[in-house]
Ligand binder design. Sequence first.
Ligand code: ACM
Ligand code: ZN
Length: 544
Amino acid sequence: MKNLFLLFALCSTLSGCGKVIPADTEIAVVPKPERVTEGQGVFPLTVSTRVALLFDDERLPYVTAALDEVLMPVFGRGLEVLEADIPVAEAVNIVRDEAMPADGYRLEVAPGRVDIVAGGAQGAFYAVQTLRQLIPVAAYDVTNVRAVELPVVTIEDKPCLGYRGMMLDVCRHFFTVDEVKEAIDLMAMHKLDVFHWHLTDDQGWRIEIKKYPKLTEVGSVRRRTLIGRDPGGEYDENCKYDETPYGGFYTQDEIRDVVDYAAKRFITVIPEVEFPGHAVGALASYPWLGCTGEQYEVRQTWDIDDRVFCIGKESTFEFIEGVLEEVVALFPSEYIHIGGDECPTVMWEKCPHCKARMKAERLKRPRQLQNYATARVEKFLNAHGRRLIGWDEILEGDVTPTATIMSWRGAKGGIKAAKQGNYVIMAPTTNCYLDYYQTRDTAGEPLSIGGYLPVEKVYALDPYEQLTPEEQGYILGVQANLWTEYIATWPHAQYMLLPRLSALAEVGWSLDRKDYGDYLRRVRRLVKLYDAYGYNYAKHIFGE
Ligand code: ACM
Ligand code: ZN
């Protein structure tokens, strides 16, 4: 018995026991790196391999934590970290090359050591994500792994686009903090860097605002939810409801926790507070925010709602500024998204306050009330050192030259904006709406909002379409959107995201070298990693 104990003690200290998992025969990294130079041999990464830090950066602990996270499912533990002046043999060395961009890296696996050479901590983080794809997949199925062999290779990469985003709608269906963190994990695996958090809508207000507590007390719960597809009208007699209250919101502490979790994965969180449309969650909480002052219920169906913020009353601006004051204190992002999509003007047309505003501001059309409201909110954000993003509807009328446009109704809004000198994020329905079906054969699919967006179409996104090289400079990047009217669970959300998110990642990283056939080869390897992590993903591209 004593001898057995000694053997265990020896195993855990010297790592002399356990299995060695041979390197995979093929190197297949998604998104496609700029350069992959294969060599001969392997580096055996073991539980006793150390990590040597050769430069100082306050974010380097995020990189070593990421490496620990990557190795945890393999070894059940992370690696010892030390500081060093010169590269250490048999170690993973993390080195800075100031000539590289902060998010660029070179991962060099040699028989005697691994070097991560990066422009900064962010680049080193991406090198770790690449290293994750070099770990033999067999390692995840085995317990008591002593070493994983990494193939000798040099991989160099840097992203083509600085903004590589994913939006999650937590209003139509709510996702817990743990699920949101898993969404952020998925983004990190795919080297995305902006999490757009859609926090307010007609069907629920999901962020605690201390100044306006009813937003979550009242606005975060709907009395019931439509069953099946929306026939197009709250009071349509064909609607069937589940008659079950549905709610959820994030406290400010939870929001800070998520922002911090994302930051440690080099992901910026951009909050979206919808204004002036998609407002019923707010209006149900504070009826004076609407044109008529009527008491509404939090919406129970999905289509566009006429009931929007009143632009005539000053109290509306006091409210939105009060909300945004707390939002900017919670989110350090340069950008704040104020929505702006799908805002009908019918209430404004009948409202004495809105009519008075039009007269006072010499506005000719009701739609210009939205321009007025957006410009006013933008001024407020600018005064707080932030910049405004809005959906492409904010282009209708006079958009300020400093607003950033998220193009969703196709690319045309983004193209127009870039040509007139507004910054743009491309997220067109045609390529980026991951709530759409992934196959034409929808019989076996979970109910979806409709549409048809196979992986290949996501991959085909060209954010520079119709733009001159100078105009292309206004394209900040690309984003996949996951609206959740018909997505009630996190496994279902994963199914809609994967593997399409990997195609979007390849647009963001590898735009200048896209090759769909080659992607199809590499994504077969990536989904083995999805399997190892237990992610739910769609298999249509594999003929399944
Ligand atoms: C949107 O899909 N309504 C931005
Ligand atoms: Zn009004």
